[in-house]
Design a protein around this ligand. Structure first.
Ligand code: NAP
Length: 273
């Protein structure tokens, strides 16, 4: 299927590793020119050079997105480099474990790491997206639906992202700009690996989580996440907006019983007689 994305310009936050890196790689495979804003210069430049060697664009913009000026700079540099922005992918974030005991200052900092830059990026890219009749994709998390415990800042941010996805879809429909969210649950990334490494028995914890994923009893791959993002970003999704799409192997919504028995449908058999 031709996704009709060749020569479009995408600005991706946190594209140097994990889900963001998967998105960058899938976009470039479709012929998209990418700008990647991230903290680590070494990682960003290495990725930029890797693609430049093949004549492809993965333009690195150094910045910490908790700094609003870095958000403004990322948009400005993307426009200077490519002259347009068609796709904005808000992805960077961290489950930072700021809970009820940590207090309001830590809570606000967590919102800055996970929510405020999503708004800032859209605010600064607004005119460019209206001109291109472009598309915004926000990466959220199942945590805002399920709760996790001990992570108020992250949960509030991800809930905010769902709300803003629908709000911006309404705001921008008259301009032909589509806005959607993609929500992972258990995707294998450096961030996830780091979270498990802090547990007493990381291997056992990993196996336990895999058991809970109904489809395939495994983690979602970054490629599976990225391919949904790229499809939503393409004109092949031209009438899809304001949607919150879970790419999670059924983790968030399926009947809990299906994670403990292989034949959950037999549960209803008694009702037939
Ligand atoms: P990851 O492996 O840590 O990758 C995130 C990338 O974003 C890193 O390159 C990181 O840079 C960058 N980043 C984070 N905060 C930044 C900031 N303030 N400024 C600039 N760059 C920043 O994380 P991931 O697992 O791919 O997560 C990506 C998104 O998916 C996040 O929004 C997360 O909440 C969401 N998510 C992931 C999962 C999962 O199972 N993995 C589940 C639910 C939701 P550094 O290397 O400098 O930190």
């Amino acid at each position: 299927m031709d996704l009709k994305l060749k020569d479009k310009v995408a600005l991706v936050t946190g594209g140097s590793k994990g889900i963001g890196l998967g998105i960058v790689r899938s976009l470039i495979t479709e012929g998209v020119k990418v700008a990647n804003v991230n903290r680590s210069e070494a990682e960003g430049i290495a990725l930029q050079n890797e693609y430049a060697a093949n004549g492809q664009e993965c333009f690195f913009i150094q910045g910490d997105l908790t700094d609003i000026d870095a958000c403004r700079n990322a948009v400005e540099q993307t426009q200077q480099r490519f002259g347009r922005i068609d796709l904005l992918i808000n992805n960077a974030g961290v489950n930072d474990g700021v809970g009820l005991e940590d207090g309001p200052d830590a809570f606000v900092q967590s919102l800055q790491k996970n929510l405020v830059h999503y708004y800032a990026m859209v605010h600064f890219a607004l005119d460019a997206l209206k001109v291109s009749r472009g598309c915004i994709i926000n990466i959220g998390s199942k945590v805002c639906e399920t709760g996790q415990g001990g992570t108020s800042g992250y949960a509030a941010s991800k809930g905010g992202i769902n709300g803003l996805t629908r709000e911006w879809a309404v705001d921008l429909a008259p301009h032909g700009v589509r806005v959607n969210a993609v929500l992972p649950a258990e995707t294998w990334t450096p961030l996830y690996e780091k979270c498990l490494a802090a547990m007493p028995n990381p291997e056992a914890a990993k196996a336990e989580i895999e058991r809970l994923v109904p489809l395939g009893h495994r983690f979602t791959t970054i490629e599976e996440l990225a391919d949904m993002v790229v499809f939503l970003a393409s004109p092949r999704s031209s009438h899809t907006t304001g949607q919150i799409i879970f790419v999670d192997g059924g983790y968030t919504h399926f009947d809990r019983k299906c994670t403990v028995t292989s034949d959950v449908s037999s549960f209803g058999a008694a009702g037939k007689s």
